[in-house]
Design a protein around this ligand. Structure first.
Ligand SMILES: Cc1ncc(COP(=O)(O)O)c(C=O)c1O
Length: 341
């Protein structure tokens, strides 16, 4: 801990480009009406999301970010001792919910820095899992699969296992990354968020897409007034601002390319990414990457890194604004020198 604010905040996969100005204005306007509870059905937002995805509102539940929805889902499905499958080193918050509700986690390794859907589904069959989790694109590596390949791998998904497909970063990914599935397919539930491409992480708005009976089941247990009123209004305005989303995706693509160029100029390699962050291979082991990370942090540049070998040879850098990446560009050579000495 250096007890100083960071100069560049590039560690939490936040969207530093911020929300649409239309979303900010809508939330500002809504602030005077915060004396009212938010709509417990998130009616207007669900209606807009239904139109956006060409499905019915009955197939959508809105919640307090993907994390909130993962918590509800685990609470719905998992009883003491139930098996759950995820990848070793994947997005950790899901695991905390599983542990909290008494589930037993089984993990499979990444393959070539990618989560491995077929291995996940085979492990689910082996342990009789109630849930199997996969993020596409993945955090922390930023790698991705084609949606069609995930759907094809589902032939190995056991009949009694529910597949959670976390698409938190999918708006940044190439065409064809989101899985095209029958919305009433009871074998899977997909998660989306306004935290990443829409720049509203602090507002806490996410949603799940799935078969109507499963989506309806959330109503039995979810926090009825959990959705902040202004956040619902802001998310709706953000969804409608298609041009701003495209601008953000362009900014993030440019930032990813710049991070890759900075890495290369320092003799490091950046993994291809379909997210708003880039995993940079520091060329050594986890201890070396940890030293690079702490030297960057000491220079005011906040970055994070994967927890598990061999992915922990990398540091994970969020797509920053040009001024943030200038700081990274200045700090990285010195951080590398210090880490090597
Ligand atoms: C894969 C993945 N899923 C979910 C989340 C959390 O999303 P939310 O802010 O909607 O809870 C993150 C945040 O970093 C993430 O990386």
């Amino acid at each position: 801990m250096n007890n100083r604010p960071f100069k560049a905040r590039l560690g939490a996969n936040e969207n530093v480009f911020g929300p649409s100005p239309r979303a900010i204005a809508a939330m500002q306007e809504a602030s005077a009406d915060q004396w009212m509870y938010g709509d417990p059905e998130s009616h207007d937002l669900r209606a807009a999301l239904a139109a956006h995805h060409a499905i019915r509102p009955e197939n959508i539940v809105v919640g307090e970010g993907i994390d909130g929805l993962l918590c509800y889902l685990v609470r719905l499905v998992i009883e003491q001792g139930d098996a759950v499958v995820t990848s070793d080193g994947a997005y950790p918050t899901f695991n905390y919910h599983v542990a909290g509700f008494g589930g037993v986690l089984h993990k499979v390794p990444y393959r070539d820095d990618h989560e491995d859907p077929r291995a996940l589904f085979r492990k689910a069959a082996e342990v009789g899992a109630k849930l199997v989790y996969l993020a596409n694109p993945d955090n922390p590596m930023g790698t991705w699969h084609k949606g069609a390949d995930i759907v094809a791998a589902m032939e190995d998904l056991p009949a009694d296992t529910l597949f959670i497909l976390d698409e938190a970063y999918v708006e940044f990914a190439p065409e064809g990354t989101s899985a095209t599935v029958d919305i009433e397919d009871p074998r899977l539930i997909r998660m989306r968020t306004f935290s990443k491409a829409y720049g509203l992480a602090g507002a806490r708005v996410g949603y799940a897409l799935g078969a109507e009976p499963l989506i309806t089941a959330f109503n039995k247990i979810r926090n009825h007034f959990g959705m902040n009123r202004a956040a619902q209004i802001g998310a709706l305005a953000a969804l409608e601002d298609v041009a701003y989303l495209a601008q953000t995706v362009g900014n993030v693509t440019a930032a990813r390319n710049r991070i890759a160029a900075i890495a290369q100029a320092n003799g490091l390699s950046a993994l291809p990414s379909a997210t708003n962050f880039v995993a940079v291979d520091c060329g050594g082991d986890g201890d070396f990457a940890r030293r690079v990370l702490s030297e960057l942090v000491a220079r005011g540049v906040f970055v994070r890194m994967p927890f598990v070998a061999p992915q922990d040879r990398c540091i994970r850098i969020s797509a920053g604004r040009p001024e943030d990446l200038n700081l990274l560009e200045t700090a990285l050579p010195a951080a590398l020198t210090a880490a090597r000495s």
